[in-house]
Write a protein of this length. Sequence first.
Length: 320
Amino acid sequence: MSARLMIGAVIIKHMLNIDDREVVEQIRENIYLQYFVGLSSFQTEAPFDASLMVSIRKRLGKEAMGELNELILREAGVLPEKPEMKEGKDKDNYNDAAASKGGTVQEQGEPEEQTPPGPVSGTLLIDATVAEQQIEYPTDIKLLNEAREQLERMIDNVCQASGLDLPRMYKQVARKKYLLIAKKKCKSKRVIRRGIRQQLQYVKRDLKYINSLIEQQAISRSVLKKRDWKLIQVISELHRQQAAMYKKKEQKIEDGIVSIYQPHVRPMPRGKDRVSTEFGSTRSNITYWTRSGQGHRQAKLPGYSSVCSPAMRSGSLNDG
């Protein structure tokens, strides 16, 4: 395990406020976190076992890990900086600036006042791009079928762990009806609407089973993982969106979910030859030319960071 991977995992743990197992899951699922911790390419396997972080903490000791955690939290702005650390940073920045200009650094006294620079003129170009995500091309019936299969898996796990009888879910019938439509090369609008209506009914029934198990207090935190609780919230929102589009006979809805595993992803019409629509979050590339030369920066545009409510991000679930 490299030092960058270990330190990156610790940073992710504190920034997201999650446990060791969730750190491994987040890195395994997120291509950006894999790049952050230094992996050369995207991989679906876990980069390390969660127990390795416990072993590293034991080997480094409580004092060393405490100093590392404190340093990370201070750099992230969670904890305020110590006065002596702030003064040291200001002094180092001043010394670096003076040395880069070829001047001498004064050991004592305040730096000389500098005249503010004049107005800067130049050219600014702004271009919007998409941070594309690796997701399967979504269709309404495919999303509902995937949501149904996930709900059926959760119900099976809960009933098996609690010793309850499995409710009647018609898994094979629902799967057969989905494949009957999915395998057709030419699908009419009538066939697609019939398939969506069927899958909506199955998902609605499974959500009622989940709510019933919650009311019976048959679901505990140990039975379902944190990821499963988030999935239930996302699937509930997906069912609401799909039911609204089916009722109004529309194909678009605001903040429409295109992946139950990455609900923050949005479809972006691009009009390119390779692909007309990309799926991801929007960023703006800013290129500017000034008298001092060319520069470049990248900024994330607001409005596409996440569709999850605070309850969805925390993994909690309302009974209603």
